[in-house]
Design a protein around this ligand. Sequence first.
Ligand code: PGA
Length: 267
Amino acid sequence: MRRKIIAGNWKMHMLTAEGRALARELAPLGKEAPGTDVIVCPPYTALSAVGEVLAGSGVHLGAQDVFWKEKGAYTGQVAPAMLVDIGVSHVIVGHSESRGRFGVPEPGMDDAVLAHFGDSDKTVNLKLRAARAAGLIVLCCVGETLAEREAGQTDAVVSRQVAGALEGLDAGELAGVVMAYEPVWAIGTGKTCEADEADRVCGVIRSEVGRLFGGSAADAIRIQYGGSVKPGNAGDLLGRPNIDGALVGGASLVAADFAAIVKACPA
Ligand code: PGA
């Protein structure tokens, strides 16, 4: 039986005082849900403050991204060891927003602007491997856009992203990877992927892991669903055989909603 894993992705929300206050409300979840891994991922600037509040609570601290080099002339980047240094244990890589694939495109976000969010399958792989080498648990996101879904490309896109992200990993590196299926069209849009379909695509991800690393790796790897997860749909999603957790955006900013999602995990 795979252990459930619920992560809150705060995205670009929360100044330090707000983050501390939310973390104080979430800290009891570590004890209240001992059978579930609970992670909160504040922005870089609030990591230390939130980490101080969560210390000893059993709720884990995650970052939203990381760079792949150990150190050097990389202005604006954050190295894996820098995250470990401040108590971070988990990190998201390959989020669609870091790949420039937005569920809710904004006016003015033309290609020249989107190029700022430049993750590719290759950089996701570099980030994932560097994070694992530093001992971080990686939450690795994959998912198709609406156009790709409508063109019947969902399974091919997701499989390609999985293979790209995991290229060259050994079994030890893979043991600290959690996959997250995040259909781009469901992120921040209020449109949740139907639980049956989310479970099916998580099964596609599991099969791809099996093709690359063998059956026992496929059985062992945990796969989250993300995209408009809320208290009202969490129980249905989390009860599916291929869905081992949730990566929660908007609802993770409301303590009661995030707690309800954590508690929706089957015991
Ligand atoms: P959402 O975001 O829950 O706000 O849709 C999920 C995510 O992007 O991880």
